[in-house]
Design a binder for this molecule. Structure first.
Ligand SMILES: CC(C)(COP(=O)(O)OP(=O)(O)OC[C@H]1O[C@@H](n2cnc3c(N)ncnc32)[C@H](O)[C@@H]1OP(=O)(O)O)[C@@H](O)C(=O)NCCC(=O)NCCS
Length: 158
């Protein structure tokens, strides 16, 4: 499986990618937002110009009456702020809508993660509301608020 965007290609993480991704999740610019996972199984590598620069993942609720998908993403510090995150989220959202038939997608950045919120707004996600004390800050261990955002298929931008 390979999903092509304008800037990036998404494909399942392999063993070589996992070593690179272990390094990326330890960068301070990523570790502030992502607690290092035990592994990267089930994630998609974000590939640009032949190199792995981050990872993105989706989950699906398959109950027909509540069907939706959710997305999570991280990009290595060297590649942040260049439109790659926007392209990766847009590419996966488009695939979830077109190929997996989803009508709704959610994403849940920390309320203080202004770059992530800006990125998701560019794809068409809208804030739903604040989830209070939603997740632990991976650095301080304190609870912090999350912003639930969702996107309906007809609202996808680009
Ligand atoms: C959040 C993240 C995925 C966004 O991807 P990105 O490639 O860095 O973002 P983009 O370059 O697509 O930028 C999206 C918007 O944010 C703005 N932005 C990017 N970096 C910024 C910064 N340091 N300060 C202010 N705005 C910034 C961009 O300018 C852009 O808006 P614009 O086009 O209107 O100018 C990425 O930064 C990341 O992985 N961060 C660390 C982990 C993380 O926070 N994951 C998300 C958890 S929910």
């Amino acid at each position: 499986m390979e999903i092509k965007g304008d800037l990036v290609v998404l494909r399942p993480v392999d063993e070589e990618d996992a070593a690179v991704l272990h390094g990326i999740v330890r960068e301070p610019e990523v570790a502030a937002w992502w607690a290092p996972p035990e592994g990267f199984d089930g994630m998609l590598a974000i590939v640009m110009e032949g190199g792995v620069i981050g990872a993105i993942r989706y989950d699906e609720e398959l109950d027909e009456d509540y069907r939706y998908a959710s997305i999570d993403i991280f990009i290595g510090a060297r590649h942040q702020g260049r439109g790659v995150g926007t392209d990766a989220v847009r590419t996966l959202a488009r695939w979830l809508i077109r190929e997996r038939g989803h009508h709704r997608i959610t994403i849940d950045p920390a309320v203080v993660n202004t770059v992530a919120i800006k990125c998701y707004r560019k794809v068409g996600f809208k804030p739903v509301g604040t989830m209070r004390e939603y997740e632990r800050d991976p650095i301080s261990g304190r609870w912090r608020d999350g912003l639930l955002m969702d996107l309906l298929a007809r609202e996808l931008i680009g």
